[in-house]
Design a protein around this ligand. Sequence first.
Ligand code: TXA
Ligand code: MG
Length: 337
Amino acid sequence: MMKTEILPTHTKALFAAAVQRAAALLRAGEVVALPTETVYGLAANALDAAAVAKIYAIKGRPTHNPIIVHVAGVEMAMRCVANWPLSARKLARSFWPGPLTLVLPRAKAIPDIVTAGGDTVGVRWPSHPFIQAVIRECGFPLAAPSANPSNEISPTNAAHVAKKLAGKIALVVDGGQSQVGIESTVIDLTANPPRVLRPGMIHEESLLAVLGNLQSSILNPQSSTVLRSPGQLAKHYSPKARLIVLNWRDAADLRQQLETRNPKLETCHIIAHTHIPSESGFASVSVIPHDAEAFARALYAELHRCDEADAELIIVEALPDAPEWRAIADRLRRAAA
Ligand code: TXA
Ligand code: MG
């Protein structure tokens, strides 16, 4: 077990000190947990195979699952890839820095372990100012998966990370609550037309508007079942508790639907957005606003909280069927699988 430092960043001086500390550890080949706007990442020097190997060990991540490379700027992204097509230029101009990962042919500089031996690499320029400052300070890109044990829910604050990884990493930097709250959209630009491998808050309609062409998993659901991205396994991002998604009219209707399942109500946690049942009987009823961005921002923290409360069943109110909700619905499907 190593001692895990948790560094705050809420003043200019603390921010600068944490950048220096994180960069020193990263230069020394260590792994550190850093905030990003999507979820917290477990970062190492992407050009140092031995450092990246530590990420796999800490997460218990299967070595066939490639890791996203984080950059600070388009120029650094271009050094990670073998070519930079027009599609990448357009998407970077529209959505970077931000929650979008571009899968492109890899540059030789990127070690095998980052790409899981494949010939493509995922690159992303995150918008969170802290990780940007660290990457600029280091001068090298950072390989970073979500900072959770493999298959568990991604962390959206420093406490989530510390709870699972304290003792295993030297540093967690506290950069506040992740503003997006679910993982980036991953788009494969080596496919023609490009294809979304993992939905995210930058949704297919927005990508289509910029690219003019996209293999749509909505219009053509079969195409999305091909396992191109190991993160797309049906069961992923899971809380300990069983999770179900239900539609209900009111509290009585919800109770009636639950009767057949016969759960212990005192271990049932409800996450609702529109039809709010009364607390009576349930362990908790939490309300996330009926707004896709607010819902995404809050969802994982709710699931972490349910796990901590030893929930047996998490019941989430069904989501609207609209483009901006699809990535959230995807995460709920995986959590429920
Ligand atoms: O928002 C995010 O993307 C966060 C933050 C930390 O940046 N990172 C993240 O990483 O979610 P991770 O490792 O938990 O998920 C990365 C996903 C996985 O499904 C992985 O298989 C896929 O991206 N991926 C990475 N590189 C790929 C590649 N070259 N080809 C296809 N899929 C790739
Ligand atoms: Mg992950």
